[in-house]
Design a protein around this ligand. Structure first.
Ligand code: SF4
Ligand code: SF4
Length: 77
């Protein structure tokens, strides 16, 4: 089962990932990170289909996906 990992300190709260997720399982949290932004969180991990749209959409490369223990980084720079 895919596992989505969001780096709260890289997130700037733009909500693009929330809009992109076809399963609508991402949302914005109520806490703020060190930069003062509300950051995205996974609301219902078990319904993730591993489509990677959230990883690809995030402009700050804050989202990674783990599948069977392997971490996938997208567009790391
Ligand atoms: S991989 Fe796809 S289904 Fe899973 S959280 Fe990201 S956009 Fe949603
Ligand atoms: S797309 Fe990236 S920066 Fe924007 S809310 Fe989602 S995780 Fe945060």
């Amino acid at each position: 089962m895919p596992q989505i990992v969001i780096d709260r300190e890289l997130c700037k709260g733009c909500e693009r990932c929330v809009d992109a997720c076809p399963q609508k399982i991402l949302g914005m949290g109520k806490e703020i990170n060190g930069k003062g932004y509300f950051f995205a969180t996974v609301l219902e991990q078990k319904r993730c289909i591993g489509c990677r749209l959230c990883c690809i959409t995030c402009p700050d490369v804050a989202i990674e996906m783990r599948v069977h223990g392997t971490m996938y980084h997208y567009f790391a720079y």
